[in-house]
Design a protein around this ligand. Structure first.
Ligand code: XIL
Length: 635
């Protein structure tokens, strides 16, 4: 690959197939512009041997017949023929999940042709953990009368997805396919010889990132997460109201019980990501409960129906309470061991001028209106949201108000006023500064200026609440030059220094993404790593002059908790003895409670601290548990 990794383009996720509205693929589907030549070829089908058995039609109502044909070909003299198609959605399909590995990126290339002038689409389908089948289009507008190519279309899937297919559809013409090639994306090593960000700042604050489940299939992306960002994970989209609220289930519950104040929730979209956090002991920031955006309008409507009347404020309060309750209860029931340490209870409720948003449906003109304001008349929904969150959030989960442009005077003043009020009532723990910043062409032009950002940090830190930097990214101009990356690096450094100067008030710094090409603002390269997984000047600028500290902050060690489950119990002593006696099985090669981890070694080293794990440590834990000694480490 050597620096010329093909640019990834997000595939358009558009039209409907099979008469069901298309939804964004929960998993990665993107088209690469040029071939990645070094990938391993997994399947290369030219159908010259007459074998078309890897293709099927799309199920019982699909009349497509698959055969081998010598009427047309690109290479050799044969191709696959899909004939007898009686609906647009009928077509030849190639199943992925019974032949390929989950969490792995593949490129698919193929040639396709209609018998006559034809418009075809190359599409993707899968069934999720809830049994719902989802569809998306990978390549559209394949139209013409000659052979057409799809090239290096990137696909991947999780282990939660079944019935994963790619297929050609569109029109009812016969379709020929030839030279169908599946290549595994070449493996790329990340730079291991640079310090991990989470380690450099281990004594200061958690370092985290946001990612979406598609990141899980990119091994180098996940290697970056593990090395730099495993202090905290936020779901980029999958824990927002529109991903969690289930309209069909809400309506079904209403029909069954007559009660339309008990919203039904589920976490299937976030499942792969949450499984990853659970298996790797990564704390999770919950983003977000109450927001005007990415929240369905039907949530605020009678009968949970798209075109119902707005519900009353009283009803919405009940819905809000039951939704927040169900959100936390479902999450902690599914993931009892995850440390949900922070939650954005309310997101983006104030305008830059410090007023509530305009009332309205999400899409009524732009997407700035708030259905919350529509129903409540003003921002009086904020306080009950915090009350309910306080009541139902798991122990240890801190509650934040989160916003962007949080350094603009109007917004900042109103946030401070609101936070003071909530603080008096014990309802809020911190402010989330999203920090979507813009470096522009020079430090003078950057917005906000470093001093403006620093001033905001000063003000928020005086609140006596925690601060988290929740979505940090810094855009460059489009098509950035080296000079632009230098400005970006200098600006990142300025911002980072301001953050560092306030570190006593800041418990986490979360980047909004990992590599530039995966960012929501990809065209402005806002992150610390580039599309080739290489650290950018911005990365070096924020660690400049800093070293990995030798020990973790003693305050963060939980002495005795060798299995890192948050408690000191007899099984911590047992795990230490197992790890000593049978390191192959219980040693540092897993990350659940039945394996010792690096952190577990530090936590467990409670007798003669500094000598690693010994039987004396297991004994000291037992002494502590039966109250022979008062505290750990043993003096
Ligand atoms: C963004 C996601 O990154 C995008 O994928 C999505 O299309 C829109 O939302 N403020 C927030 C985040 O609080 O939830 C937003 O995330 C970015 C702005």
């Amino acid at each position: 690959m050597k620096g010329q990794k093909s640019k990834r383009l997000l595939a358009a996720l558009m039209s409907a197939s099979m008469g069901i509205a298309a939804v964004p693929a929960a998993f990665s589907v993107s088209a690469a512009e040029t071939a990645d030549s070094e990938g391993k070829v997994v399947f290369s089908l030219d159908f010259e041997d007459g074998d078309v058995s890897m293709f099927t039609n799309r199920g019982e109502n699909d009349t497509t017949e698959i055969s081998v044909s010598d009427e047309a070909s690109v290479s050799g003299s044969k191709s696959l023929l899909a004939s007898g198609r009686s609906k647009d959605w009928n077509g030849p399909a190639f199943r992925l999940d019974d032949k390929l590995e989950p969490f792995t990126e593949y490129y698919i290339s193929a040639k396709v042709k209609g018998r006559y002038y034809t418009g075809a689409t190359f599409s993707f389908q899968y069934t999720n953990a809830d049994g719902e089948t989802k569809y998306s289009n990978l390549v559209q507008n394949l139209s013409g009368s000659d052979w057409m190519s799809v090239e290096n279309v990137k696909v991947s899937f999780t282990d939660e997805m079944t019935g994963v297919y790619v297929y050609f559809e569109g029109g009812q013409d016969d379709l020929f396919i030839d030279d169908f090639v599946v290549t595994e994306a070449p493996s790329v090593e990340i730079e291991q010889d640079i310090p991990g960000l989470k380690d450099v700042f281990a004594n200061d604050f958690k370092i985290g990132t946001a990612f979406t489940p598609s990141g899980l299939s990119s091994k180098p992306t996940m290697a970056l997460v593990e090395k730099h960002f495993s202090g905290s994970i936020t779901a980029g989209n999958e824990m927002k109201p529109d991903a969690v609220l289930n309209q069909a289930a809400c309506q079904a519950y209403f029909e069954e019980t007559g009660d339309d104040t008990v919203p039904q929730v589920g976490f299937s979209a976030a499942k792969p990501l949450l499984n990853y956090c659970r298996d790797n002991n990564i704390p999770v920031r919950i983003h977000t409960l109450v927001w005007h955006s990415q929240t369905p309008d039907w949530f605020f409507k009678e009968g949970y129906s798209n075109d119902g009347e707005w519900v009353s404020k009283e009803k919405m309060l009940k819905r809000m309470e039951n939704y927040i309750k169900a959100y936390f209860e479902t999450l902690t029931e599914l993931y009892p061991t995850i440390d949900f340490y922070a939650c954005d209870v309310v997101n983006e409720a104030w305008t830059d001028q410090g007023t509530p948003r305009q009332p309205g449906e999400q899409g009524s003109s732009g997407s700035e209106q708030s259905a919350w304001v529509q129903v409540f008349g003003d921002n009086s929904f904020i306080e009950p949201a915090f009350e309910f969150a306080r009541e139902y959030a798991p122990k240890g989960c801190k509650l934040y108000y989160n916003d962007y442009n949080e350094y603009m005077d109007g917004k900042m003043n109103v946030i401070i006023e609101m936070a003071n009020g909530l603080k008096e009532k014990g309802l809020i723990d911190g402010i989330g500064m999203q920090s979507h910043l813009d470096a522009r062409q020079s430090l003078d032009a950057a917005f906000p200026s470093v001093s403006m950002y620093n001033k905001a940090l000063d003000k928020y830190s005086k609140l006596g609440l925690d601060i988290q930097i929740t979505e940090l990214d810094v855009t460059t101009p489009e098509n950035p030059t080296e000079a632009d990356f230098k400005v970006q690096a200098d600006y990142y450094k300025g911002i980072w220094d301001a953050i560092y100067a306030h570190k006593d008030s800041i418990s986490a710094v979360v980047l909004w993404g990992i590599t530039d090409d995966g960012s929501w603002r990809a065209n402005k390269s806002p992150l610390l790593f580039d599309a080739d997984y290489k650290a950018k000047p911005a990365y070096y600028s924020i660690i400049e002059g800093r070293e990995v500290p030798p020990i973790v902050d003693p305050g963060k060690i939980k002495y005795g908790d060798a299995n890192c489950n948050g408690e000191v119990r007899l099984n911590d002593a047992v795990l230490i003895m197992q790890a000593i006696g049978n390191p192959d099985v219980y040693g540092v090669n897993g990350s659940d409670e039945t394996h010792i981890t690096e952190k577990g070694i530090i936590n467990g080293d409670v007798a003669n601290t500094g000598d690693g794990l010994t039987n004396a440590d297991a004994l000291a834990i037992q002494e502590y548990l039966i109250n022979l000694i008062d505290s750990l480490p043993k003096k």
